[in-house]
Design a protein around this ligand. Structure first.
Ligand SMILES: NC(=O)c1ccc[n+]([C@@H]2O[C@H](COP(=O)([O-])OP(=O)(O)OC[C@H]3O[C@@H](n4cnc5c(N)ncnc54)[C@H](OP(=O)(O)O)[C@@H]3O)[C@@H](O)[C@H]2O)c1
Length: 256
């Protein structure tokens, strides 16, 4: 039995992953953005051990989530699932950062850095990360005209970079990224073409399975199979640059 923390698990794929983990006999801690959403989350999955509350749109909020999670004790695995997008209008957070970047990239970075290191880390990317041509020199979108779909694709490219950077830095942990398919959650929209019933399974498998195929690190998956990510995600230079930028923007260093 494993103990797993799933971020952004008040609805969508995060809640589905929590339900599947409970069904498989694991202990699950869920996460919701505010007390009202937390109440709904507890009602949706009463078997969850706890629901951590906190908004990931600011560095202070992400720090608060990390503090609350740490108070509950160490997790065997963390699924970094919370996300927003795509096609979002430019919204600036309290820290003056684009909302998509803050929630999808800076928050998982801060949580990774501040929550006691688990054995496994799983990051939700998207097939849209391919060809994102991420601008590491403009993560905060001050040099470009805003493009919501591009900002989302870029954020999901950066999530793969985080997963791979962590895999390199923490050889004792397993750190992987995946794409769940385009599915009909609130984010995916009602006409999404892929199978919703497959969309939460790979992250759960990577978090808890003892199958050798799941016990790897620095890999990218779709439907429990390794897939080639965008080749630029292999760049150690890009990985290190992103970690340095996230450290600068958040004021939180990633431990060695
Ligand atoms: N659906 C797809 O087709 C698809 C495809 C590729 C990748 N993905 C990825 O899969 C992950 C889950 O997406 P989904 O489809 O399940 O989306 P969703 O149904 O919109 O769920 C997103 C979750 O993240 C939470 N969240 C968003 N902003 C937050 C914040 N500031 N603080 C705390 N929690 C926050 C949401 O909470 P609230 O409910 O309170 O808003 C919700 O629980 C995302 O990382 C997404 O990028 C999805």
């Amino acid at each position: 039995m494993a103990r797993v923390f799933v971020t952004g698990s008040s609805s969508g794929l995060g809640l589905m992953a929590g339900e599947l983990l409970v069904e498989q006999g694991h202990r699950v801690v869920l996460h919701a953005r505010n007390p009202a959403r937390a109440d709904e989350t507890r009602r949706a999955l009463p078997q969850a051990e706890a629901v951590v509350v906190g908004d990931l749109a600011s560095v202070a909020g992400a720090r608060g989530v990390a503090d609350e999670a740490n108070k509950l004790g160490r997790f065997d695995a963390i699924i970094h699932n919370a996300g927003v997008g795509y096609r979002e209008a430019r919204i600036n957070t309290a820290d003056g950062l684009p909302h998509v970047f803050a929630v999808n990239v800076l928050a998982p970075y801060v949580l990774t850095a501040l929550i006691e290191r688990p054995d496994r880390l799983v990051y939700l990317s998207s097939g849209m990360h391919r060809g994102a041509n991420a601008r590491l020199d403009d993560l905060t979108w001050t040099k470009r005209a805003w493009n919501g779909a591009q900002a989302y694709a870029e954020s999901k490219f950066l999530d793969v970079l985080i997963a791979f950077a962590v895999a390199r830095r923490w050889p004792d942990a397993l750190s992987n990224a995946l794409e769940p398919g385009w599915v009909a959650t609130r984010m995916g929209g009602p006409s999404a073409p892929d199978d919703l019933d497959q969309a939460h399974r790979t992250q759960v498998w990577l978090a808890v399975s003892d199958e050798p195929e799941a016990r790897v690190t620095g890999k990218y998956f779709r439907y429990k199979r390794q897939r080639a990510p965008d080749p630029h995600t292999d760049s150690i230079e890009l990985q290190d640059r992103l970690i340095a930028e996230c450290a600068r923007l958040s004021g939180v260093a990633l431990p060695d």
